[in-house]
Design a protein around this ligand. Structure first.
Ligand SMILES: [Mg+2]
Length: 364
């Protein structure tokens, strides 16, 4: 295992209900087998979302996760995840880095793209583009620019102030016209009563879905909201793991689950969330963390493409001014993310000038 840190500049500071990002740090992991085959993974730690830090993830990878999976075949995904789960609770982005590297490696060994490896047929996914928290006028202008540059769906951040949220949704809807799908995301920013009122007031503007209107732990509140408002309710912060998905579905809290590989612990656990959602008629959305590089976004695109997710918010790398991937990986065609028909994640070359090597793991 080799570990690299990345620091990529954002195009402009991106503000949501819980904070602002302008520089994005991440971790790339390269796993090499004794036969010389290699695969790449990524961790994008977020103290607010998963409780992880950069230093914590590096330390965990070196001292706790890699030592328990070293010696296994990368094809032994069940055993790899069993051992990682026994080595530490939570820390999903650290587990994700190893999971993605294993998937990249074994799909490459199979000579197929990750989409094919997962059983999918097409590597194309329609994505929205996100607008951070800003004034109603700025949001309307940005929304128009987004549609003019070819996107066919808009996601708008709300949740800082119910009055401003109302004005923002109204302004964006009138700037993009009645047909373009408009998704909103409150990032837990509303109380239950604020959410009830806000979602009732914006009903005329036809939002396609509301992501995480209230606190992540309040499944009961989400279930009550579902009965009282029109827009379908998506859990993001509220569902990380397959177990969270089971509880949210059982509580009647979700119409949609937003899967992020950094929350689920990678593709293998994500597939369990997919299976549960499909079995219960819950729709699926894919997302990413601000600052994920094109490598992680390629993996998320493959997941959404393979299982035909209803909604995709695959713009994490598009918010960045710099790119860790030099060749290959997912691209953008209008409003669609498109994966190359190449083995594994389809990433052929990393930009080494953007990678800082970490100390090698010490033997135990
Ligand atoms: Mg969200």
């Amino acid at each position: 295992m080799e570990i690299f840190r990345t620091r990529l500049r954002c195009k402009k500071p991106f503000r949501i209900a819980t904070g602002v990002s302008d520089q994005c740090e991440g971790i790339l992991v390269k796993l090499t087998t004794d036969g010389g085959a290699a695969g790449w993974g990524e961790a994008s730690p977020d103290p607010y979302l998963t409780g992880e830090t950069m230093d914590g993830v590096v330390s965990l990878l070196v001292h706790d996760l890699f030592p328990v999976v070293r010696g296994l075949s990368p094809w032994q995904l069940e055993e790899i995840h069993r051992r990682m789960a026994a080595a530490c609770v939570a820390n999903p982005s650290a587990r994700c880095a190893i999971d993605l590297a294993c998937h990249d490696l074994i799909a490459r060994q199979a000579g197929v793209s990750l989409v094919s490896f997962l059983g999918g047929s097409s590597g194309r996914v329609l994505t929205n583009y996100s607008i951070g928290l800003c004034t109603a006028e700025e949001a309307a202008k940005e929304a128009r620019r987004i549609i003019e540059s070819g996107y066919r769906a808009v996601k708008l951040k709300v949740g800082n102030d119910p009055e401003e949220d109302y004005a923002r949704v109204k302004a964006v809807r009138s700037s993009i016209g009645p047909e373009v799908p408009l998704r909103i995301d409150a990032n837990e920013g509303w109380t239950y009563s604020q959410a009830l009122r806000a979602l009732t007031r914006i009903e005329p503007f036809g939002v396609e879905l509301i992501e995480q209107p209230i606190a992540r732990w309040d499944y009961e509140g989400m279930a009550r909201l579902r009965e009282r408002v029109t827009p379908p309710i998506a859990a993001d912060e509220g569902v990380h793991s397959p177990r969270d998905a089971a509880r949210a579905i059982a509580a009647g809290a979700v119409d949609i689950i937003n899967i992020k590989l950094m929350k689920s612990g990678g593709l293998y656990p994500a597939r369990s969330i997919v299976a549960q959602a499909r079995a219960h008629g819950v729709a699926l959305m894919v997302g990413g963390m601000v600052g994920e590089s094109r490598l992680a976004v390629s993996a998320a695109t493959a997941l959404a493409a393979a299982y035909r997710f209803e909604f995709a918010d695959l713009d994490a790398d598009l918010l960045l001014a710099e790119d860790a991937v030099a060749e290959g990986g997912v691209t953008l065609d209008g409003s669609e993310r498109v994966l190359p028909d190449l083995p594994g994640l389809g990433v052929q070359k990393l930009d080494e000038s953007r990678l800082t090597s970490e100390a090698q793991p010490l033997p135990r």
